[in-house]
Every structure is written in C-alpha cells, then in structure tokens.
Design a binder for this molecule. Structure first.
Ligand code: AMP
Ligand code: MG
Length: 398
C-alpha cells in the first residue's frame, strides 16, 4: 500500500500536462498562465504628475519667486507643453510633466488671482516633488508575469497594461464526476428508508469549481457491471478527467476497479495508507485520461478530491507549486491505526500570528455534516499516535 506522499508522487508522475489555449483577457481570471507577460513600455511611460496643481521650474522657486503667471492648462491625456520662464502650467493628476518644469505645487497650496498663481507663504517646495518618474516602477521589456501564475485580478491589470487582448493559458480539463451506487437517490425525488441521498456528486463538482475547474458534469450509475462498463466507456471518450465515487472497496458490488481495467485504464495504484480514503484507486486511460476512483463515503471522497484530484489538476495545468503550509495543533489528538490521519480542522488565528488548528473529527467517514465550517484538514504522520498541543502539522485548506 502506498503512503500519502507516494500516492501523490505517483499521480503527478502519471498525469499528462494540459494543452495550451489562447483566451481573451476578459475570460482569464483564475486561469493558469502559460506565457511570460513583458512590459510593453516603461512604467510609468512618462514623468507622471501625481497631484492636481501647478507645474513650475524649481530654480524659480529656489530664487525666491512665489507668483507664477498661468501660461496654460494641461490635463491628463494632453501632450506635454513647454513651460516658459517664470510661468506655471495648471496641471492635473495623470498628466505628462511639461517640458522645462520639475516641480508640482499642489492646488491646496496656491491661490489664483487674475491669472496668477500665488504659493502659500512658508511653503517649501522640493525639486521633483509629486512626479512619478518615467520607468521608476519597471522598464520596458521587464518580465512582469511568469508562466505558471494563476491569474488574479491584479494580474489582469498587468496583462491589460501590456496591451494584450489575449493570453495563453492551460486548457481547462473536461471532467466527469460519476456517483456509483444502487442506494443513491438525487434530491427532489422520493426516497425510501433504505436509500441514501446522493450528495457526493454536487459536493465534488463544487469543490472542483472552488479551485477553478468549472467544466465538470455529473452522472449517476448503478452498481451493475454492464451498465458501468458502457457508461464509463462513454465518459472516457468525452472527458479527460474522470472522478468516480463509490464502488472501489472490497464489497461484492464494488465493480469499479475491474470495469476500469476492462476498459483499458491502467491502474497506477489501489489503496493508500490513510484514513479517511484508504480504498482510493487511480489509473490512466488509453488516451491519457486521468481516472480517480474515490471511496463513496462522503468525507473520504471530499478529502481525496482535495488531496489528490485538485493537486493533480493544478500540476497538470502547470501551476507553480506554493510552499507547504503548516498549522499548530490546538488540542492533543490520538490516532492509533498505522495510517496517516487526514483530520478535518477549524482554523483560529492566534494574537501572536500563529495559525492554530482545532481538530473537528467526524464520527465516521460517512459523517459529512461535521465538515461544515471546517477550513481544511491536517496531515498527522503515520509513524506517530499521539499528537501533542503545539505540534506543527501540514495543513491543506479546502
Ligand atoms: P462505497 O464506497 O460505494 O462502498 O460507499 C460507501 C458509503 O458511501 C456507502 O454508505 C454509500 O451509500 C455512501 N455513498 C456512496 N456514494 C455516495 C454519494 N454519491 N453520496 C452520498 N453517499 C454516498
Ligand atoms: Mg457503493
């Protein structure tokens, strides 16, 4: 049986990289960039005026002049004017610094009388004040975004500022989420006492969506080998990622591993030394489809989806890996089985800045209602049984 780390490494090694596509900047938020974005021009592209006021030559101010005849008005978007002698130019925030001027006096520090701007008595103006110098943020050609960046709203500003209308991103995977089980009944339909509401499907779709994977459709298949074979074959044709829940344990109706093998999906592993989620199965289809078969227990399905599926989809998209995150256990926790425990937690921020993880154990891996309000789960090492207060543990946020 593979460990958590081995299972993750095996999936990452087997996952095919996503293809590239060009998309409009308007649709790029949240996608993973596959190109470098370089500065179109110096930033700012000209000496940019930072205050509404007047532009003057500082030598005139230094020589004692406080009265400046207004030569002209120059707004943002106007070409730079040429300042003459002891005059001033009325200037607006965002305008290009007039030639011959090197000092902006804010409008709050002047009074205007009969076309002459007078500077407040005692006001000290410094040379180049309120001027955002050309190229002081970055130079033309600077690499502002690197491949592997998940595009944020701030990155959208950068891309737009570089004059791009489209960018190369990794193609979004086409995903099928498949719930298996005779006992499952969708919400909205009548239900008998021996049946179970089908909750994994919408939960897995929502978890994927939260991580930016929005192209997923849900299907329900009964525990019938023939039906499973036909329907999974169709899904393998239509999608490049399959996420099944249920039917991977050792029960007589757990046909999923055999059906997948029959359809030419090569098993990479079956079972991981962890709880919840031990029965998980992973394989690669004939055309490189990634097939994650998760246990049906809702807590197991969600933890395995976050731990393995989301990680794998991010890696396939070329997303730059973030440094691992840790939290400090807020309560002692004892876990005796020789398995890695993936323990749901609620996070609390300590005054000192530490992230504290409050265990929120579920009754069983079927107790999905206990997951509400949890922020993620921590990884308690297979080798230990008692995890003391203050132990630093790897944290995975939902
Ligand atoms: P299985 O992995 O198929 O043996 O299922 C384990 C447990 O999870 C059983 O109690 C199932 O009824 C339950 N289960 C399986 N699939 C779902 C689902 N889609 N939604 C809610 N519960 C499920
Ligand atoms: Mg089942």
């Amino acid at each position: 049986m593979l460990t958590v780390g081995e299972a993750n490494a095996a999936i990452l090694a087997a996952m095919p990289a996503a293809k590239q596509e060009m998309i409009s900047v308007a649709a790029a938020n949240g996608r993973v960039l596959q190109q470098a974005v370089v500065a179109e021009r110096d930033q700012p592209p000209f000496d940019r005026v930072m205050m509404d006021g007047i532009a003057i030559a500082h030598t005139e101010f230094a020589a004692g002049r406080r009265q400046f005849p207004i030569q002209a008005l120059q707004a943002a978007g106007d070409p730079a004017l040429e300042l003459q002698g002891g005059n001033c130019i009325e200037i607006m925030t965002g305008a290009s610094l007039p030639d011959g001027s090197d000092c902006i006096v804010p409008v709050e520090r002047i009074t205007v009388d009969d076309g002459i701007a007078g500077i407040e008595a005692g006001y000290v103006a410094e040379q180049r004040q309120f001027i955002h110098a050309r190229g002081s943020d970055h130079a033309k050609g600077a690499e502002l975004l690197t491949p592997g960046t998940r595009i944020s709203p701030m990155d959208i500003a950068i891309i737009a500022s570089c004059g791009l209308t489209e960018v190369a991103v990794s193609a979004a995977p086409t995903i099928r989420v498949i719930s298996t089980g005779n006992e499952l009944v969708p919400p909205g339909e009548p239900i008998a006492p021996h049946q179970i509401r089908m909750s994994n499907g919408p939960a897995l779709v929502a978890l994927l969506e939260k991580h930016g994977f929005t192209d997923s459709r849900h299907d329900h298949i009964v525990d019938d080998e023939k039906v499973l074979r036909t329907r999974i074959a169709d899904h393998l044709d239509a999608a490049n990622v399959l996420i099944l829940s249920g039917g991977v344990s050792m029960g007589k109706a757990d046909y999923v591993p055999q059906v997948l093998a029959d359809l030419g999906v090569d098993v990479v592993f079956h079972k991981i030394s962890q709880r919840p989620g031990k029965p998980m199965w992973f394989g690669i289809g004939k055309n490189g489809q990634a097939v994650f078969a998760l246990p049906g227990n809702p807590v197991s399905a969600l933890v395995c989806c976050r731990q393995y599926v989301v990680t794998a989809l991010n890696a396939a998209a070329g997303l730059r890996a973030k440094p691992p995150e840790f939290a400090s256990l807020a309560q002692e926790y004892v876990f005796k089985p020789q398995l890695t425990c993936l323990l749901p937690v609620k996070l609390v921020s300590a005054v000192g800045g530490q992230t504290l993880a409050m265990p929120a154990p579920t009754n069983t891996s079927g107790d999905f209602a206990s997951l509400s309000g949890t922020d993620g789960y921590v990884e308690l090492a297979l080798e230990s049984t008692t995890f003391k207060v203050g132990t630093g543990v790897p944290l995975h946020r939902w």
